[in-house]
Design a protein around this ligand. Structure first.
Ligand code: AMP
Length: 172
């Protein structure tokens, strides 16, 4: 099952810059059987766990997050690039290979004590997910797990997140 899912992901060398092997999930998403399987596999992990919200990270995390939230009967919250969310936001900045990046969440998106899954397509160095986890924790959310379709294990992204709070379907 996982092998088929894995082979539905396209490798794009040297995107967005030389030396990066981009794991393109658009080929998984456009295949109805594969998309279904991905959502079912993630969903079965959390059904019955009383998850209140799935926090999706712009932009591919919206696809994973919204589908997962629907599957498990949770709400969905958007974490977006600066200036995109219309109401009052909390902001987090984090380091990239060169420079920094920022993400925002609505201040009223999470209530203290809510059980949260953070969702994105891929875990690489973990900087993005760790920044979002910091926002969620500051707002009083209880992070149950960070869920990814793909994890690039050699980059040790899970070390930036709390132990036992990372789940990925496919590992490279
Ligand atoms: P990181 O903060 O290093 O864990 O990077 C994770 C974010 O960057 C995710 O939102 C991914 O969509 C994207 N990303 C990083 N590396 C790759 C890659 N090799 N293939 C596809 N997406 C990537």
């Amino acid at each position: 099952m996982i092998d088929q899912l894995k082979s539905s992901i396209r490798d794009v060398p040297d995107f967005p810059k030389k030396g990066i092997l981009f794991k393109d999930i658009t080929t998984l998403c456009k295949d109805p059987a594969m998309f279904n399987r991905m959502v079912d596999l993630l969903g079965h992990r959390y059904i019955g766990q009383k998850i209140d919200l799935v926090v999706g990270i712009e932009a591919r995390g919206f696809i994973v997050g919204a589908a997962l939230a629907y599957k498990i009967g949770a709400g969905v919250v958007l974490v977006r690039k600066p200036g995109k969310l219309p109401h009052k936001t909390h902001k987090t900045s984090y380091s990239l290979e060169y420079g920094t990046d920022s993400l925002e969440i609505h201040q009223d998106a999470i209530q203290p004590g809510q059980n949260i899954i953070i969702a994105d397509d891929l875990l690489a160095t973990g900087g993005t997910a760790a920044a979002v986890a910091g926002l969620v924790t500051q707002m009083g959310g209880n992070i149950v797990e960070c869920a990814f379709i793909v994890e690039l294990e050699e980059l040790n992204g899970r070390d930036k997140l709390a132990p036992n709070q990372v789940f990925s379907l496919i590992k490279y």
